[in-house]
Design a binder for this molecule. Structure first.
Ligand code: AMP
Length: 197
């Protein structure tokens, strides 16, 4: 099973991806996690990405496409994967289309977790007030920036997949369990269709 989870920062993509990993035994490919690991290790990519991430901008497409291209080719991705945080631009989505075609692979589903951005911001502000300790890119100010970057650059990615008839949407404002069962419903539906084909 290969799928993409789309949705703005804070929509719960990472949490849902982890549950899907348990359920389906496939790997979670989180480009945000990969970049944070690169920053922590002080690699050339990490050195370049750190400041961009801290201000809530996007790391350049060519860097991201290379990272994901290498990652998808690894053995543990053969059984399937969940892309969490990639693609984040239409150029990344187009590059992914090519990459998958080269490997003779298709996508089972592209699922957009739809949330109320104002409610998310309220959640982030509450978390910042209560903990005082957050990811450098998780302050209310940077969160606003990341949401505006999402609207401008990532929201069109949903349109890219909608135009291909591949986009499913789930309501992300319910409980974690509710969102998970909505996602599972989409996946079971796509498996049933694949089984008939
Ligand atoms: P995330 O953990 O997915 O919210 O990602 C954290 C940060 O990493 C983002 O705000 C971006 O700066 C960067 N990032 C992660 N994935 C991508 C991507 N596919 N393209 C560009 N930048 C990315």
């Amino acid at each position: 099973m290969r799928l993409i989870l789309l949705g703005p920062p804070g929509a719960g993509k990472g949490t849902q991806a982890q549950r899907l990993v348990e359920q389906y035994g496939i790997v979670q490919l989180s480009t945000g996690d990969m970049l944070r690991a690169a920053v922590a290790a002080g690699t050339p990519v990490g050195l370049r990405a750190r400041e961009i991430m801290d201000r809530g901008d996007l790391v350049p497409d060519d860097v991201m496409i290379e990272i994901i291209s290498d990652r998808i080719a690894r053995d543990d991705a053969r059984k399937g994967f969940i892309l969490d945080g990639f693609p984040r631009t239409v150029a990344q989505a187009e590059a992914l289309d090519k990459l998958l075609a080269q490997h003779g692979l298709g996508l089972d589903a592209v699922i957009e977790i739809v949330v109320d951005e104002e409610a998310l911001l309220a959640r982030i502000e509450k978390r910042a007030r209560e903990s005082g300790q957050a990811r450098a890119d998780d302050t209310p100010e940077t969160f606003r920036k990341r949401i505006s970057v999402y609207r401008a650059q990532t929201a069109p990615v949903a349109g890219h997949y909608r135009a291909k008839g591949m986009l499913s949407q789930v309501d992300g404002m319910g409980t974690m369990d509710g969102v998970f069962s909505a996602i599972s419903g989409v996946l079971e539906g796509s498996r049933a269709v694949a089984g008939r084909a």
